[in-house]
Design a binder for this molecule. Structure first.
Ligand SMILES: C[S@@+](CC[C@H](N)C(=O)[O-])C[C@H]1O[C@@H](n2cnc3c(N)ncnc32)[C@H](O)[C@@H]1O
Length: 251
């Protein structure tokens, strides 16, 4: 089935499409306290919720880039409904290509949450974002980490390469080696994770009930069942996630 359709169905009930709660993201937005007029770029912006929450907190100008037509359409609709469409532009495009086109442009805050594969991993994401972030501007990245070593079975079943992710402290060390100064880390708890995972079951169930004729239903339910099993049997214990904020001091 089309991957964007799968992602749209399984993330239908998510607002933020990552394992972190709205309330704690709002606390983070208040902590970083962007100045009025700040320009923000979010690569892999999903439904644009971070930009919308930032615009609700203060006067920012946001750009959200995402490759999914479903996410972009929903982001535009959400920004309009909540009165922030004048401040936020949504672009349906490959995220890496978009940043490579920004030769001279620099932002006050650049973001990539839960989509570091766009730049081929955490380190390359930070490198790419630091190039388009102003001196002393901020970089926000949402990245998984290993809480403990996963079993070989888990790696085989999920197809995850152990080297694709670091530890929590490793994620910070990588940034420090690039000359970035860590200023905050918001670590997801199990409740955040459970909500992120279980909303995917709810989305799939809702779709199948409403569209019993959809030929993709069997594949959809199989994929969701596989990823739930992996999560419940091991992912829940070994996989962590955090939103990191770094100051772009060494450019
Ligand atoms: C896990 S979601 C996170 C969304 C959002 N950052 C959030 O935290 O709510 C990952 C997002 O990356 C987008 N994405 C995946 N590959 C992409 C690419 N090559 N370029 C741009 N966006 C991409 C997906 O469509 C999806 O919206």
């Amino acid at each position: 089935m089309d991957k964007w359709k799968y992602f749209d169905i399984t993330h239908r009930f998510h607002t933020f499409m990552n394992p972190q709660s709205h309330g704690r993201i709002d606390e983070l937005i208040a902590l970083i306290n962007l100045q009025d007029g700040s320009e923000v770029l979010d690569i892999g912006c999903g439904k644009g919720e971070l930009l919308i929450h930032l615009a609700a907190y203060g006067d920012i100008k946001g750009t959200g880039v995402d490759l999914s037509p479903f996410a972009i359409a929903e982001g535009r609709e959400r920004a309009k409904t909540r009165g922030h469409d004048k401040n936020i532009e949504f672009i349906e495009m490959e995220g890496k290509e978009y940043t490579e086109e920004l030769i001279d442009k620099k932002f006050d805050l650049t973001v990539c949450m839960g989509a570091s594969w766009i730049f081929d991993g955490h380190e390359n994401t930070l490198k790419a974002l630091s190039k388009i972030t102003k001196e002393n501007g901020l970089i926000m990245s949402g990245e998984p980490f290993w809480k403990k070593l996963p079993s070989d079975n888990y790696l085989t079943d999920t197809g995850i390469n152990i080297g694709a992710y670091n530890t929590h402290s490793g994620n910070i060390v990588v940034a420090e080696k690039l000359g970035l100064r860590p200023i905050y880390a918001l670590v997801s708890n199990l409740d955040d994770w459970d909500k992120y995972e279980h909303l995917q079951w709810l989305g799939a169930d809702d779709h199948v009930l409403k569209h019993p004729e959809d030929p993709d239903n069997e594949e959809l339910l199989k994929k969701v069942a596989k990823s739930s099993k992996e999560y419940l049997e091991e992912g829940r214990d070994v996989f962590g996630w955090a939103i990191y904020v770094f100051r772009n001091v060494n450019i």
